[in-house]
Design a protein around this ligand. Structure first.
Ligand code: AHR
Length: 500
């Protein structure tokens, strides 16, 4: 198939917020315990954190991480995780029917995040708790000294406050499964008052209010309108969550879900604009897509398991094995985030280690990178700077979730400081190569300085502790001639092409 496309130096979408490549990790399953933290493991450091896992995280260049939940946060007492470890209570985690040992709490997590240069994005419990506990938590975390909670932190060996800037006001409060689930107005009021209180403590702190748990919720998108009508002026972001799957074994429809996500983003952008106009507000609210990933391979079985098990500690849960098809899907989804970087400022892959994660770690054993690790890494490394418009003219397909889906999915970023342009290209066609001609206006003299490709794998192939065969390789066959990037893009392939 022939595909013509074009970018222009002056046709910018938006400056990309680095936090578009953020992550999420929750106290659930083996994400924390025997994921990032496993004292006694041969790779454990002095604090009990696994060095092998930490290195894989470091290589992702993650700017920020949302913690400690998720559904977990809605019944979490943050104070259970501070002070001497031997005095910390074991609690029942109501969200995942597990035992929480509290051996990792805010101070341990901060050590891990600081060591990796990742900013914390902290969620407060607005399910079983409220304003008072949220402000206590923030005082412990952000106040310098001279008060009950800040001095308690200092007595725990942390002299300097963490100055955490990003705060999430609860989690998925529209979901009937959530501890402390609320109606939109009820939650919107609570979020508004909590945001105001927290900002008294940390002026300039950024507030993320909960949007719908996904775009199939019966209350979507009225939930967003109802919530924002209560708190618009006091929040900075509204969260979106969406998980994806291919249970019907229809690859093109799976890939088409990226278009569906575009509609989701567009709808919420519309709701934001509506509420802004209605309130005659001056401030802008952006989207924080703080949970996204593929989640379906073991979902049904997992949900049967955890609903009936007898409160195990750090059980294997949601340990999805990602295949090559999932990697191509993640590449397309990240392209969509780049294209919508005008409205989506923060996005968090959910999650980071073991639980629906790009990194897996066997207890006592090896860690490995799953297929989806790579598109996430390549976007995080090279998808910075400014997003450029890409016009694509090529064959399209219709599927259950969307019509007119371009087979060739392309996003482009321009790093003016480094003088580089990066093109992220996925050929979603099952059998046909694309003969691509992409005109580069305003980038005279640019040539290919790097080309990485993922291609040629069985769609169902996965990585494991002893094989990481699904990984980027050196690409070839795309070159710039007369200001046009041209060449052949194989079916079912992902390319990251860097020009300078
Ligand atoms: O990431 C797993 C779970 O998915 C989170 O706890 C919850 O917020 C979402 O439903």
């Amino acid at each position: 198939m022939r595909v013509t496309a074009a970018i222009h130096r002056a046709f910018e979408i938006a400056k990309i917020d680095d936090r578009l490549y953020a992550a999420f990790i929750e106290h659930m399953g083996r994400a924390i315990y025997s994921g990032i933290y496993e004292p006694g493991h041969p790779q454990a450091d002095a604090h009990g954190f696994r060095r092998d896992v930490a290195q894989m995280v470091r290589d992702l260049n993650i700017p920020a991480i949302r913690y400690p939940g998720g559904n977990f946060v809605s019944a979490y007492n943050w104070e259970d995780g501070i002070g001497p470890k031997e005095d910390r209570p074991v609690r029942l985690d109501l969200a995942w029917r597990s035992k929480e040992s509290n051996q990792v709490g805010i101070n341990e997590f901060a050590i891990w995040a600081q060591d990796l240069g990742i900013d914390m994005m902290l969620a407060v419990n607005l399910g079983s708790r409220g304003i008072s506990d949220a402000r206590n938590f923030m005082e412990y975390v952000n106040h310098p000294s001279g008060t009950h909670w800040s001095d308690l932190r200092r007595s725990h060996g942390v002299e300097q406050p963490y100055n955490v800037k990003m705060w999430c006001l609860g989690n998925e409060m529209d979901g009937p499964w959530q501890i402390g689930h609320k109606e939109a107005k009820e939650y919107g009021r609570l979020a508004d008052e909590t945001a105001k209180a927290l900002r008294q403590l940390t002026p300039g702190a950024e507030m993320v209010v909960c949007g719908s748990s996904n775009d199939e919720m019966p209350t979507y998108p009225d939930w967003e309108r109802g919530v924002l009508e209560e708190c618009y002026e006091n929040v900075d972001y509204i969260s979106l969550h969406k998980y994806f799957g291919n249970s019907s074994n229809d690859t093109l429809n799976f890939f088409g879900k990226v278009e569906e996500t575009g509609r989701y983003i567009q709808a919420i952008a519309g709701v934001i604009d509506f509420v802004k106009a209605k309130k005659r507000a001056k401030n802008d609210v952006y989207i924080c897509f703080d949970e996204w990933n593929v989640w379906y391979h073991k979902r049904e079985q997992d949900s049967k398991n955890w609903k009936s098990w007898d409160w195990p500690e750090a059980p294997a849960l949601l340990e999805e094995d990602y295949n090559f098809e999932d990697a191509l899907f993640v590449a397309c989804l990240l392209n969509e985030f780049i294209r919508r970087s005008d409205r989506v400022k923060i996005a968090c892959i959910a999650q980071l280690v073991n639980v629906i994660a790009p990194i897996r770690a066997d207890k006592g054993g090896k860690a490995w990178r799953q297929s989806i690790y790579w598109p996430y890494q390549l976007a995080s490394l090279y998808g910075r700077g400014t997003a450029l418009r890409v016009s694509v003219d090529g064959p399209t397909y219709d599927c259950a979730v969307a019509d007119d889906v371009q087979y060739l999915d392309v996003a482009a970023t321009h790093d003016a400081a480094g003088g580089t342009v990066t093109l992220f290209i996925v050929n979603r066609h099952l059998t046909e190569a694309a003969d691509l001609r992409l005109a580069l206006t305003g980038f005279e003299g640019a040539s290919v300085i790097g080309h990485q490709v993922m291609e040629g794998h069985d769609l169902r192939a996965t990585n494991g502790p002893d094989s990481e065969a699904i990984a980027p390789a050196e690409g070839s066959g795309l070159a710039v001639e007369d200001g046009t990037l041209g060449g052949s893009v194989a079916p079912l392939s992902y390319h990251v092409v860097r020009l300078k």
